[in-house]
Design a protein around this ligand. Sequence first.
Ligand SMILES: Cc1cc2nc3c(=O)[nH]c(=O)nc-3n(C[C@H](O)[C@H](O)[C@H](O)COP(=O)(O)O)c2cc1C
Length: 225
Amino acid sequence: MEEMGLFQTIHTARALRRLKPDPVPDDVIAKVIDAAVRAPTGSNLQNWRFVVVKDAGRRRQIADLYRASMQTAQNVLSHRKPPPHMTAKLQKQMYDGAIYLAEHFGDVPVLLLAWLQLPPDQDNPNVPPEQAETYRRLSGASIYGAVQNMILACRALGLGTVLTTVLSYKEAELRKLLNAPPDMQLFAVLPIGYPIEGHGHGPVRRLPISDVTYMESFGNNWPKK
Ligand SMILES: Cc1cc2nc3c(=O)[nH]c(=O)nc-3n(C[C@H](O)[C@H](O)[C@H](O)COP(=O)(O)O)c2cc1C
């Protein structure tokens, strides 16, 4: 397969939730994780840890937790108005996709969970509490690059995925199921499989950068093209 260009990959890496149950070879999953570990981490700690779940029984158990989490999330989301750039129809399509995924989560062949081993609260006991709090809050940023690299690697390899976080509602149960050590925090769950309906057409639709970017300070918009 010819490799996709970087910008084509970025522009077409949409959320894919309808995935075939067909297995994904381990060497393909290894490529996805290898892309993740090329990303940066704060202080180069490389404190990410990835759990790959392929076992059908374990996937079913996680799927039960995912479905329950979605019900909790729906209590919140069902009251949310669509953002100005989205019609109610498009928002419904997105939620329908999310519900479809929840109902078929156990059939997705690979669940890839991204965790960070959080650094100790205070390496230096003399750090004031508010600085320690800022440090703690920002340490989660170390997962940003890894997760996006995995999304892009999936796209380039012909796989579908979507960044999900909803399982955090059932994190306690998930931790037990996966023997997660106490210093490990869950940041993302990527269901991965080959897409049922391909990768869609054209680039993902987003607001133009002139709507979301300012020159020098807030209020002075980046010029429209
Ligand atoms: C932080 C974050 C959390 C998300 N959590 C979920 C989730 O729990 N379940 C889900 O189906 N999609 C989830 N998504 C996917 C978004 O709904 C999706 O990326 C967005 O609608 C854009 O989709 P598009 O790229 O196809 O336009 C999440 C995305 C992000 C960035």
